[in-house]
Design a protein around this ligand. Structure first.
Ligand SMILES: Nc1ncnc2c1ncn2[C@@H]1O[C@H](COP(=O)(O)OP(=O)(O)O)[C@@H](O)[C@H]1O
Ligand SMILES: CC(=O)OP(=O)(O)O
Ligand SMILES: [Mg+2]
Length: 396
């Protein structure tokens, strides 16, 4: 029986969606709300060869979900919301409670509700989306697919922080990672594209969007990743600080007269990264537009690239080399100059960019020369497809 399954992927600056006809995996409609929470948010949807676009302020993920449902009905992609046979949700953190994707029921909704601290920019919005659909479609199955699932089997040394070990068992204080659904998809896709055995490849996957994370994959397993207990850690992101000296937290709280630690975390999550460094915008496109005349925009981009290079370097050390580099997500898929700036740092290892393929090619492709010591690819991510497949596995 054919089923219409809607997949909702809430990112920190976007809400992406795909409406699939399953099991054929035909995409009936797809689109996104871009610049969510910024001025001039856009809603774009392509369906049956048409494109619909509108521009308005879309301040929250809840407003984005409402707009999505309204437009699916209004543009007659579906007759009514009850045409849907299921909804699949991306949820960033499963924390200590969810090791694998799950059908959402009242009991696990309660557990999901306890995970906001594990991904403060994502889980609360994703939960709102789940609740909105549960209200609209109380009898339709909903599934949650967690970014953290891909990291369940990190080597023990990379699961723990160097803090009293008992905090892990007592409080779930450990390394969870994020973007796992994306890294899982693009790494398998790269192995398929290269006709290589996934189990035998050493892969460094760079998901460079609003959130940015680097993942090392060896023997068919994620072995390390730059996001940590929450998606705040690792490299510089749109509005997240990435790794910092934690003594700065106490120091700055005193200087800023903050008494509530959540206010400091808010600064590190929402006011830092590209936004904080540039003083202009968290959106990479806005910075690229002014980088030649604005030194702060240039500094922000230079730091952004530098932190990615450092993580890639550490994973090269950890795996004793790599066979494949992957670029994906908003910046990784769309910006050849940033890909090149990253890759040039590995020229000493024999990595050579193929400028023509990098700059002019389209879609999934190799962007290094045939004699490059490491093969770099651009692979468009497709978290929604993974989630749709997980829906079918859990609700056959
Ligand atoms: N052509 C482009 N050049 C540079 N950056 C881009 C381009 N297109 C999109 N981006 C950036 O990608 C980021 C959004 O990434 P994306 O993966 O779509 O979002 P999210 O992290 O919300 O899932 C934004 O910072 C945006 O500026
Ligand atoms: C975890 C994360 O940062 O996700 P996104 O890049 O989609 O905001
Ligand atoms: Mg994303």
């Amino acid at each position: 029986m054919e089923r219409k399954v809607l997949i909702v992927n809430s990112g920190s600056s976007t809400l992406k969606f795909k409406l699939f006809l399953m099991p054929t995996e035909e995409v009936i409609a797809q689109g996104m709300v871009d610049r969510l929470g910024l001025d001039q948010s856009t809603f774009t949807m392509t369906y049956h060869g048409h494109q619909y676009q509108s521009q308005q302020n879309i301040p929250t993920h809840a407003a984005a979900v409402e707009l999505l449902v309204n437009q699916l009905e209004k543009q007659q992609v579906i007759n009514t919301i009850t045409d849907l046979s299921g909804v699949g949700h991306r949820v960033v953190s499963g924390g200590p409670y969810f090791q694998d994707s799950t059908v959402i029921e009242a009991t696990n909704l309660q557990q999901l509700d306890k995970l906001n601290e594990f991904a403060p920019l994502h889980n609360p919005a994703e939960l709102k989306g789940i609740e909105a659909f549960a209200q609209m479609l109380p009898d339709v199955p909903q599934v949650a697919v967690f970014d953290t699932t891909f990291y369940q089997n990190l080597p023990r040394v990379n699961q723990v922080y160097s803090i009293p070990l008992e905090y892990e068992k007592k409080y779930g204080a450990r390394h969870y990672g994020a973007h796992g659904t994306s890294h899982n998809y693009v790494s398998h896709e790269a192995a398929r594209f290269l006709q290589q055995d996934y189990q035998k490849l050493k892969i460094i996957s760079m998901h460079i969007g609003s959130g940015v994370s680097i993942t090392a994959i060896q023997d068919g397993q994620a072995i390390d990743t730059s996001m940590g207990f929450t998606p705040i850690s690792g490299v510089t992101m749109s509005s997240r600080a990435g790794d910092i000296d934690i003594s700065l937290v106490a120091f700055l709280m005193e200087k800023l007269h903050l008494t509530n630690i959540q206010d400091m975390i808010q600064i590190l999550n929402n006011e830092s990264g590209l936004k904080g460094l540039s003083g202009i915008s968290p959106d990479m496109r806005d910075l690229i537009a002014v980088k030649d005349t604005n030194p702060r925009a240039k500094l922000a981009i230079d730091v952004f690239i530098n932190r990615i290079v450092k993580y890639v370097g550490s994973y090269l050390a950890e795996m004793n080399g790599a066979d494949v580099f992957i670029f994906t997500a908003g910046v990784g898929e769309n910006n050849a100059a940033i890909r090149k700036a990253i890759l040039q740092n590995f020229a000493y290892l024999g990595v050579h960019v193929d400028d023509q393929a990098n700059e002019q090619g389209s879609g999934e492709r190799i962007i290094t020369t045939s004699d490059s010591a490491i093969t770099a690819l651009m692979v468009p991510t497709n978290e929604e497809l993974v989630i749709a497949r997980e829906f079918m596995r859990l609700v056959p």
